[in-house]
Design a protein around this ligand. Structure first.
Ligand SMILES: C[S@@+](CC[C@H](N)C(=O)[O-])C[C@H]1O[C@@H](n2cnc3c(N)ncnc32)[C@H](O)[C@@H]1O
Length: 272
């Protein structure tokens, strides 16, 4: 097996990357990520040629990425000395999109094969470190400088971890830094249970979710210094309704009528 071959949950980076690549081809993109389009083409030159080739059905994932970017930009504007922990980074080009000042130290973490692929496909930069590790092996935290504000971003990661692992991760990050933000997304319990039949997950690596939260704000109870801040919309986000092509917009309007769908991913933020 090549050291860049993706297996299981690692393959879930693919549909998200594809969604970002296709967004970049819209006349007025939501994210406008040129790296995503270039990397997707190198990974799979025929990525837009299959049955749903150019469908923008994945655009909600792009809305999620934009929500995380906007929160991250505003935190870094106020905390230019921050350390960024971007966990389960996949092949996402967030560090290039945000382009933080050199006073910020940015860490991208994912499994070793994903990191090896990143090294092949995305350029290095100053004040930017790749960590090849399972996020649940918390010894990676020893490689990150302490004593500074921390911004933890985990996009599309938490549902793939077990609840005890999520709890250990969040509380360890809070314990390791004097102050900071945690931003991530979660799925409700029904979506966790349903994930074994989810056609996208079955197609990409057969991964399954391992946790679900009906009230993600309650995760603040896990640590006395942790406080829930707010949530951003995804499937019914105004930017999705404003920028998606008409057919995609109609599809999301119908999907959003299905009970539970609108909040089947919750993008949430906490401070400490
Ligand atoms: C749905 S993808 C999201 C990728 C990226 N955050 C994005 O939004 O484009 C999930 C990512 O989490 C990573 N992942 C899942 N479980 C992990 C773990 N235990 N340790 C490190 N990375 C993990 C996978 O390898 C994959 O890259």
């Amino acid at each position: 097996m090549k050291d860049t071959e993706l297996v299981g949950v690692q393959q879930t980076l693919n549909p998200v990357l594809k969604a970002k690549a296709l967004d970049n081809r819209l006349p007025d993109p939501i994210l406008g990520d040129e790296h995503a389009e270039r990397v997707m083409r190198r990974l799979d030159p025929a990525y837009d040629k299959d049955r749903f080739g150019r469908s923008q059905i994945g655009l909600a994932a792009v809305v999620r990425a934009k929500a995380h970017d906007d929160w991250a930009r505003s935190y870094l504007a106020d905390h230019p000395d921050a350390v960024v922990l971007h966990l389960g980074c996949g092949l996402d080009a967030r560090v290039y999109r945000i382009d933080p000042p050199p006073t910020v130290d940015w860490y991208d973490l994912d499994y070793p094969s994903v990191i090896a692929l990143r090294r092949e496909l995305l350029p290095p930069r100053e004040h930017y470190t790749l960590i090849a590790s399972d996020v649940t092996d918390l010894t990676w935290l020893d490689r990150v400088p302490r004593g500074r504000p921390a911004l933890m971003i985990a996009e599309g990661l938490v549902p793939y971890l077990t609840e005890p692992d999520v709890r250990r991760l969040l509380t360890s990050v809070v314990d390791a830094f004097p102050t900071g933000r945690l931003q991530f997304d979660t799925t409700p319990v029904w979506a966790w249970r349903f994930s074994r039949w989810d056609p996208t997950l079955r197609r990409y690596g057969g991964a399954q979710f391992h946790c679900g939260f009906d009230d993600p704000a309650a995760l603040a109870d896990w640590h006395p210094r942790l406080e829930y801040v707010d949530e951003k919309p995804m499937y019914d986000a105004p930017i999705l309704m404003a920028k998606a092509p008409a057919g995609t917009r109609r599809l999301y309007r119908v999907l959003n009528l299905v009970p539970g769908m609108k909040r089947s991913t919750r993008i949430v933020r906490f401070r400490f």
